[in-house]
Write a protein that binds this ligand. Structure first.
Ligand SMILES: [Zn+2]
Length: 286
């Protein structure tokens, strides 16, 4: 080996060494870059396959009725049962008036009560009668029977030989200011206003049917102790314009016509009561 050889060769070897080393680094970096690019390419490819969804506006939540846990669904309270009381006046020892036809008032009122009861029953209206036979009943007993029925209409049936058409009587008591402390003899005072309304309903139906009607207020035994809307109905003879009698109160046909009209009026009264009860319920009143 010559010194020049060794001198010239050394840098060449070193250069070669350095060149290889650099080449090796470049290759390493190149491979790393390729791997990185490959990874980035995969990520890009994955991103292309699974694009990030664009933000969506919030979906509206279906509105459902909110109900307190354990609470029952709202239910309309049952309206009070509509009941009619028919009180055939007189009976037993008390015959009432006596007609020229030979009929007694107690028999006419009982026949009229039975007729009206079956017409109301046919219309689905429950009826409570104070008597179904010829028996005596004290006014206080009649009132007690009527009050126990918690009726929405109490009709006290009488018959007369005088007058014309139908006479309607309501209690002459003044309306009570405090219904909670009404005395037995003046219990009707708490219901007087509704009694007048019921008489108005009956009057309207009878007048519409061509019946002559007389409205009065009076004191009648029994009726003043009733707590229901109460009207006394006195069946008088049917007369023409010259006051000639066309039908006596004992006439079955006449009774049937009047009973039919009263049944229609009571059905209307029932509808009115349901409307009033519904109004009270909606207003939150008892
Ligand atoms: Zn009478």
């Amino acid at each position: 080996m010559t010194p020049s050889d060794s001198f010239d060769a050394w840098p060449n070897k070193r250069k070669e060494f350095l060149r290889r080393r650099v080449l090796s680094r470049v290759l390493t970096l190149g491979c790393a870059s390729v791997r990185l690019l490959a990874v980035l390419g995969c990520v890009s490819a994955l991103q292309a396959q699974n694009p990030v969804p664009a933000p969506q506006p919030p979906r509206p939540i279906a509105s459902a009725p909110v109900q307190a846990p354990g609470s029952a669904p709202n239910q309309a309270p049952n309206p009070p049962r509509f009941v009619v009381v028919l009180d055939a006046a007189h009976g037993g020892d008390d015959s009432g008036g006596r007609f020229s036809t030979g009929d007694s008032e107690k028999a006419v009122t009982l026949a009229f009560s039975v007729r009206l009861r079956s017409l109301l029953a046919a219309r689905g209206i429950p009826v409570v009668t104070t008597r179904e036979e010829d028996k005596s009943l004290a006014p206080a007993d009649r009132a007690q029977l009527a009050n126990r029925a918690s009726a929405q209409a109490c009709l006290i049936l009488h018959a007369a030989e005088t007058g014309s058409g139908v006479h309607l009587f309501t209690s002459s008591l003044a309306p009570a200011t405090n219904a909670h402390f009404a005395a037995w003899k003046t219990a009707q005072s708490a219901a007087v206003e509704r009694s007048l309304a019921l008489a108005g309903e009956l009057n309207s139906a009878l007048t519409h049917a061509g019946v002559n009607v007389t409205l009065s207020r009076t004191t009648l035994p029994g009726i003043d102790s009733m707590t229901c809307p109460a009207v006394a109905i006195e069946l008088a003879p049917e007369r023409d314009a010259s006051h000639t009698i066309l039908a006596e109160p004992a006439s079955a046909d006449y009774q049937a016509r009047i009973a039919q009209t009263l049944a229609t009026a009571l059905l209307e009264w029932k509808t009115d009561q349901n409307r009033t009860d519904q109004g009270r319920t909606e207003a939150g009143q008892p």
